[in-house]
Design a protein around this ligand. Structure first.
Ligand code: SF4
Length: 71
């Protein structure tokens, strides 16, 4: 399964494209970071870590997850 990882400070954002159900939650919650029409589509430099975590946790499908880099 395609799996991409993006970094923000001491966390990683994990992206499993095949799990995405295109709910749009990520784009609607934090459009400055989640930009499906751009490359890379997740641009972690545009928001703080807490906002990114909050948006990732609202992904209903599990396509977006986050973890600490040390895990
Ligand atoms: S919130 Fe999750 S399921 Fe919805 S579009 Fe974003 S990645 Fe896909």
């Amino acid at each position: 399964m395609p799996h991409k990882t993006y970094e923000k400070e001491d966390i990683l954002i994990h992206w499993e494209s095949e799990l995405c159900i295109h709910s749009g939650n990520c784009v609607n919650n934090l459009g400055s970071v989640f930009k499906p029409r751009e490359t890379p589509w997740i641009q972690t430099e545009h928001a703080d870590k807490e906002s990114i975590i909050e948006a990732v946790e609202r992904c209903p499908s599990g396509a977006l997850r986050w973890s600490n880099k040390t895990e």
